[in-house]
Structures are given as C-alpha cells and as structure tokens.
Ligand binder design. Sequence first.
Ligand code: HEC
Length: 202
Amino acid sequence: MRPFFLGFLIALALVALAAFGAVQTGAVPARGDEKPGALEKWAAHTSLNATIAREAPKPPYPYGPPTGADFVHAANLYVQNCAVCHGTANSTPTAIARGFSIEPPQFGKHGVADDPEGETYWKIEHGIRFTGMPAYNQSLDEKSIWQLTYFMKHLPELPANARAIWEDPSLAASATPGPVPSPGAEGGHDHGASPLPSGGPT
Ligand code: HEC
C-alpha cells in the first residue's frame, strides 16, 4: 500500500511540474492569432452551456414586450457598443473584428433570433470568458440590456425607425461609446439615446 501511495504522489508531482514547465517556457499558447484547439473549444462550450442553463433568466422576463421606443434606444446602443465587433446590416468585419482568434459573429449575416431571450441577456450582461465578448453589466443598466436583447431577438423584423439605424449606423445618436456612470449610481438612466453626459467626448 505504502509504495503505491508514494508512486502516486510522485506521478502527481511530475504532472504538476510538467504543467509548470509548460507555462514557464511558453508552451501554453499565448498568441492572440492562434485558433483554440479542440479540447479548449469543447471545454469552453460545455462549461458555457451549463452556466447559461443554470443562470440565464427564464420567462416571464422582467421587461417586455418591447415598444418601438425600446427598439430605437437599443439600435443606438448597439451602434455605440456592439457594431465595432458584430457589424451592422450591410457591413464587412472591422479591423478589430478580424483580429480575434474567436471571431465575433457578424449579426448582419448570422443573428441570434433562434436563441431564447434569457440566453442572449445573460451573454450581454456577463460576457463570454476566453473570447472578446465583454460584460456590459459594468456600463449598461438592466433595462438597456433587455432592450438590446429584444433588439437582437427581432433583428430580422425590426420596426422601420430602428431598422433604419441598423441599416445605416451613421443615423445613430453617437458613433462612439462615451463614458457612462456606474449602473448603481443612476438606475434607469437613459444611456446613449440622449446626448452624452458632460465630460464625454465632443
Ligand atoms: C470586442 C468585441 C465585441 C464587442 C464590442 C461585443 N461583442 Fe458580442 N461577441 C464577441 C465575440 C468574440 C463573440 C463570440 C463568442 C463565442 O463564440 O463564444 C460574441 C458573442 C456574442 C453573442 C452570442 C452570439 C451567438 O451566436 O451565440 C451575442 C448575443 C453578443 N455577442 C451580443 C453582443 C452585444 C449586444 C454587444 C454590444 C452590447 C456585443 N456583443 C459587443 C465580441 C464582441
């Protein structure tokens, strides 16, 4: 029993040493232009799906059904916060979008209308680890994230004035994201559709 246990400990130590060595020598991939391997992809997807199944909001949702004003507000937010990576109706991928090893889907081509709203809400709120998808709970309030969620869900069938912005982002309220107050400080603040708060870029 004892020699077996000792052998087990030595094997464990060797595995730990090999892992440490791989990190120390740079054998663990660190480049941003290297595609993730099959094992990494499987682990990330499986864990993401399990996390979403556990944590994503289930109907009935706290906001909705969305109004025309919600869609317009979301279209502005989308252009300011999302278009740089996900594009708009007729855009080609930006330099930023092309640089990710995990490519941001271009929603003008492949949308998420099939996904339940709760799943899309969760992704916008928390972001997706190991990808470029940011968490927006640091910068947008809950209502704005729901508005964006419904916007994503209804992309193929937006009301005309929201669709106009989706098709021509130069119509959006502001082309660049401004600094936003922390969500706790100003609940319900109407980010984006109104002029930037003072102190923002002019
Ligand atoms: C810096 C780049 C970047 C920005 C900005 C960004 N995203 Fe993403 N997003 C990504 C990447 C990369 C993925 C792919 C993640 C993956 O494959 O798991 C993604 C995935 C998603 C998905 C899941 C798509 C699917 O097919 O399941 C949704 C929904 C999404 N983003 C919405 C948004 C919204 C809404 C915004 C703006 C509020 C936004 N993203 C801003 C990079 C970005």
